[in-house]
Write a protein that binds this ligand. Structure first.
Ligand SMILES: [Zn+2]
Length: 288
């Protein structure tokens, strides 16, 4: 089970969410059988989506991050519900590219350049869609840039996934810091010093630090306190009923064609690889 905490400074000026998403990234790796660099890329995107999901006002809301780059990984998607439970998908799960010039998994190289789309379904008729160009493809910078340009909210973000030599996930996590309007300069300076001195978040988790300890390290010297904490996990909400609805929506002609030409239909959920099979008779029934 992953765990997310929300913390706030004494003056209420800075909010910091931190997450241990090791189990989420591990589950994603198991489902999608990703190569190391994509385990890191999708793990980071899922981590960001989970934090952003918990920041939605209503638990019935959801948020989708779509990272549409021109790199070898293709498009990556992460979806979170309003409680931070996430699911994800990557177009090309296996990408083998050299480490970057820092000797790390080259997530930016796998993602490439393109656009980050942030789609918030807030229960309105139309979802809210924000889009910003991909800055580095390393994801944390792209999330920070999204908040700065699209939501005009000063934000700092750290995301990390450590992959073991056997391709399993050793640790994954992240933090997101948001500044409320009117924060004083001294507080901002202290925050910047703290962030500059932070070890990578995945290393902190691997060494046994909890999300709360990481958040308190980010807000060190600013008298932080814990607002709340809750469990989060990799969770898909697909069901046979939903797949049926999707099939019905493709229309009578297509359904009849499928029934007569293929004699059946198998739909695989892109987020959890659950398979749903439908017989010729069922397809014809949907076509009615
Ligand atoms: Zn599913």
């Amino acid at each position: 089970m992953g765990k997310i905490v929300r913390t706030i400074t004494e003056d209420g000026g800075i909010l910091c969410c931190a997450i241990d998403s090791t189990d989420i990234a591990a589950c994603s790796e198991q489902i999608h059988q990703t190569s190391a660099v994509n385990t890191a890329a999708l793990g980071r995107l899922l981590t960001a989506a989970s934090i952003m999901g918990t920041m939605l006002k209503n638990t019935k809301d959801s948020i989708t991050l779509r990272l549409a780059g021109d790199g070898p990984a293709g498009t990556l998607i992460a979806v979170s519900d309003g409680e931070g439970n996430v699911r994800g998908w990557v177009e090309n799960p296996i990408v083998e590219i050299p480490l970057n010039d820092k000797g790390k998994l080259d997530v930016g190289g796998a993602v490439g350049s393109g656009m980050l789309y942030v789609i918030k379904d807030l229960g309105m008729r139309e979802p809210y869609v924000g889009q910003t160009p991909i800055v580095t493809g390393e994801i944390a910078e792209d999330i920070t840039n999204y908040y700065a340009t699209s939501e005009q909210t000063p934000t700092a973000c750290g995301l990390g996934v450590l992959v073991n030599p056997d391709l399993t996930v050793k640790a994954a996590g992240g933090y997101l810091v948001q500044l409320m309007p009117g924060v004083d300069e001294d507080t901002i300076t202290r925050l910047e010093q703290n962030l500059a001195g932070m070890a990578p978040v995945s290393s902190l988790l691997a060494s046994g630090k909890t999300p709360q300890e990481i958040a308190f390290q980010v807000l060190d010297g600013l008298n932080p306190s814990l607002l709340d904490e809750y469990p989060v996990e990799y969770r898909c909400d697909c069901s046979r009923e939903r797949v049926e609805k999707a099939l019905i929506s493709i229309g009578r002609q297509e359904l009849e064609k499928m029934a007569h030409e293929d004699g059946q239909c198998e739909v695989c959920c892109q987020f959890c690889t659950q398979k749903y099979s439908f017989t010729k008779e069922e397809l014809l029934e949907f076509a009615k």
